[in-house]
Design a protein around this ligand. Structure first.
Ligand code: SF4
Ligand code: SF4
Length: 390
């Protein structure tokens, strides 16, 4: 394969938070310190070298940054203070932008203003939907004065309408994320020898287990278990909320001030979301662990939006139970004005995309490992017989 060198690449990575790349002199200390690296995936030194040499194709085709969980062990040992852990983080942002065919990720990561514009635009669209749609939201209240005396959510936001909107939104976001993941798959396999079907099938377990648990994180040396457990609880909490809102909305969205059992998993998930996001924000402020030392604005936005979604959900719930109709309707809209932009902007284009990219990368790494083993175990082709031996 012929490789084109792009000297502007190191400068490009700086725009994604990787400003220390030129400090590295490739000693390899970081790779020696990393508990996750092995002979099949030698990182972070190799990937940093790709950046320095301007090997764009190699960077695009490598899944190494996704195999890193940013424990920071390598950064502690770097003699040049190049912060290799953070360089892996910046590389993940660069890759997210490269996979995204719409170009929105690139805009967002290079300019906070663009990320805020997108978030506010989606929030404004939600507000307009509830304010301007005839026979729905605030316009329906005008025709139903009784809904202003007591909470009647079915009148303000009918479940079937919200459910259809939920399913449509989830489908669009899934299509966007999957199309970007297809590009990741293409780049990663572009220059590889084909892997046998048995390798693809046998590695599927890795995809499922890592996607659900990210348990590889626990192999990191310093403080990984605490961060891993918090992350796991967070994943299960927003997974629970996603199921309640998209699949079980019929029961979860209670129409009046009454109580339904689906609130119980909702309470548990909301408490976990609140506690986990508060704890992450405190850690980011303290900057004690390497993982929190270099928080990009997008890292802050992600956790703040998640916190505000949980908080507005609790306040909405309280207004409904206390039978305060107008505050309940207003909080319903505010809750969606936070949750919908967070999902629309962060899932396919931002930080949340790692929920698919990381397990996919671990899957691809496992497929390649199995394919290489199969190639090594295959009998060598017979050498051609010399003419005189026939
Ligand atoms: S990042 Fe630091 S530890 Fe890693 S190879 Fe470069 S100089 Fe060495
Ligand atoms: S941050 Fe941790 S997992 Fe990532 S490369 Fe460094 S040592 Fe390895």
């Amino acid at each position: 394969m012929s490789l084109r060198v792009d000297p502007a690449l190191a400068n490009e990575l700086k725009e994604f938070g990787g400003g220390t790349v030129s400090r590295c002199f490739n000693c390899g200390n970081c790779t020696a310190a990393c508990q996750l690296t092995n002979q099949d995936a030698v990182f972070p030194r190799r990937y940093i070298r790709y950046i320095q040499l301007g090997l764009r194709e190699k960077m695009l085709g490598s899944v190494d940054p996704w195999l890193c969980f940013y424990c920071g062990d390598c950064s502690e040992t770097c003699p040049r203070e190049a912060d290799p852990g953070n360089l892996m983080m910046a590389s993940r942002r660069w890759l997210i932008a490269a996979y995204d065919w719409t170009g929105l990720s690139r805009l967002m990561y290079r300019s906070v203003r663009w990320e805020l514009v997108l978030l506010f635009a989606v929030a404004a669209a939600v507000l307009a939907w509830f304010s301007l749609t005839p026979g729905f939201g605030f316009r329906l209240l005008a025709a139903h004065p009784e809904a202003r005396q007591t909470v009647m959510l079915q009148c303000f936001a009918p479940k079937d309408v919200i459910h259809q909107a939920d399913v449509a939104l989830a489908s669009v976001l899934a299509a966007l994320l999957l199309s970007n993941a297809a590009r990741m798959l293409y780049y990663a396999r572009k220059h590889c020898q084909p892997a046998p079907a048995s390798a693809w099938l046998a590695a599927l377990g890795e995809f499922v287990i890592q996607g659900l648990t990210q348990k590889r994180w626990r192999q990191c040396a310093s403080g990984a278990s605490r961060h891993w457990l918090r992350h796991l609880l967070l994943v299960f909490a927003y997974g629970t909320m996603f199921l309640l809102v998209v699949v079980f909305l019929k029961w979860f969205q209670v129409e009046d001030a009454s109580f339904h059992w689906t609130s119980l998993p909702g309470y548990a998930a909301t408490l976990v979301l609140l506690a986990a996001t508060l704890s992450i924000m405190a850690d980011r402020r303290r900057k004690r662990d390497p993982i929190h030392r270099h928080s990009d604005v997008s890292d802050w936005l992600f956790v703040i939006l998640l916190f505000l979604t949980s908080l507005s959900g609790i306040l909405l719930h309280a207004a409904r139970i206390l039978d305060l109709p107008m505050p309940a309707y207003a909080l319903y809209v505010v809750h969606l004005m936070i949750a919908v932009p967070m999902l629309v902007v962060e899932v396919p284009f931002g930080k949340w995309s790692h929920l698919l990219y990381r397990p996919l990368a671990l899957y691809l790494a496992e497929v390649e490992r199995r394919a290489q083993r199969a190639r090594a175990a295959a009998p060598a082709p017979l050498a051609p017989q010399p003419a005189w031996g026939r």
